[in-house]
Design a protein around this ligand. Structure first.
Ligand code: AHG
Ligand code: MN
Ligand code: MN
Length: 361
């Protein structure tokens, strides 16, 4: 029998979610929420697919730069994707509030609609620098639960660690449009069947190989990295002749969604480490709607995700737009990167004691 991942192609996202509900993995409102996000992603996919013909390329703001809370210039598709997700999620009754890369603060569901107990965070369009050059971009989302904040949700209600996520996913707008989803019971990939307009399950239970020979990092930042990162990548580049004893390949799309999708599919490590350009902000990527959802997807596929010094999902957030260093992917490689940081942070004398039979307690 074929082991092709397409073997389960007759399972639509709708059927998968209903079966997840029957299995007790999700509640009806979470099922509705995911369906609504998936529908919004289909609309974004259509807009992305039109490219120049849809008038969606280029900068937002009509001549004057439009700058978001991150201090980054917005593209037309950043703004459009944000609006599509907001509009789709406003009226269903499943959400208390939404937060986005493109909005300064969380937005409450308007009073004239019922409010539910879920909180939705998203990066509406990830990989903005690739929009105008026809390279894969995506949408990332994270779902939290807040039964006590239905009446008056605020930014503070979103500040829950990644372990509290009840669902996370991304949609990649590439040669095919794919939705990759977890509700805490494995990571599953769905491919958009454009003829019937439905996401179909194409890989159940994605698994990331523990070992890898591929890394993804923006090498142009090398001279700005911390010492442990310099040492780690130096050893990867040394290949067979270095301490790692094998040659590594490198890939960098500069769309986190596309890089993570490759890693979920065939392994690898993705790193956006701390560097002296972004150190004052804590890193480049955002914890709540980039690092946390991707980390849950990766862990649910057997991989690991870390800041280099701590499990990503255990970071206690302090701000909606907080940034963090990111290392995620094949388990053994993420653990190797962590060791370089640990060894750098631990004074040499302490390390010598740990390695000897001397009891220093
Ligand atoms: P966004 O487009 O949502 O701002 O995110 C861009 C992120 C991420 O997708 C990618 O991995 C990284 O920025 C690329 O950074 P460089 O431009 O430094 O390569
Ligand atoms: Mn992003
Ligand atoms: Mn974005």
């Amino acid at each position: 029998m074929s082991s092709s991942p397409v073997a389960s192609s007759s399972v639509s996202l709708t059927r998968f979610l209903i079966e997840s509900e029957r299995a007790g993995h999700i509640e009806p409102d979470l099922r509705l929420l995911i369906e609504v996000v998936a529908r919004a992603c289909k609309s974004i996919s259509i807009a992305v697919g039109k490219g120049a013909l849809g008038g969606v390329l280029g900068d937002a703001g009509g001549g004057e730069a439009s700058i978001n809370i991150q201090g980054e210039a917005q593209k037309k598709l950043d703004v459009l994707s944000n609006e599509i997700l907001l509009e789709a999620n406003a009226w269903g009754g499943h959400l208390a509030a939404l937060a986005s890369e493109e909005m300064d603060h969380a937005v409450r569901i308007p009073d004239h609609y019922p409010r539910g107990r879920y909180l939705l965070l998203f990066d509406p369009l990830d990989g903005s620098s690739n929009i105008d050059v026809n390279i894969s971009v995506g949408t990332i989302f994270s779902v939290l639960c807040c039964p006590d904040c239905i009446e008056g949700p605020t930014d503070a209600d979103f500040l829950q660690p990644g372990t509290s996520q009840v669902a996370a996913g991304y949609c990649t707008y590439g040669p095919s449009t794919m939705l990759v989803l977890t509700v805490g019971h494995g990571t599953h990939a769905f491919t958009l069947d454009r003829e019937i307009g439905s996401f179909m399950l194409t890989t159940r239970n994605m698994r990331i190989p523990e070992e890898t020979k591929e890394f993804a990092v923006n090498m142009s930042n090398q001279r700005f990295w911390e010492a442990p990162m310099q040492a780690y990548v130096g050893d990867l580049l040394a290949g067979k002749d270095g301490p790692r004893g094998k040659d590594f390949n490198m890939r960098w799309v500069a769309s986190m969604v596309a890089d993570v999708h490759r890693i979920l599919t065939r392994g690898g490590i993705f790193a956006y480490p701390l560097d002296s350009k972004c150190a004052s902000k804590g890193g480049k990527l955002r914890l709540m709607y980039e690092a946390n959802p991707m980390s849950l997807l990766v862990e649910q596929a057997g991989g690991a995700a870390s800041t280099g010094r701590q499990r990503m999902l255990e970071v206690q957030p302090t701000g909606l737009h907080q940034r963090v260093p990111v290392f995620l992917g094949s388990r053994n490689e993420v653990e190797a990167a962590e060791r370089y940081h640990l060894e750098h942070d631990t004074p040499q004398r302490e390390r010598a004691y740990e390695g000897s039979a001397v009891n220093v307690a």
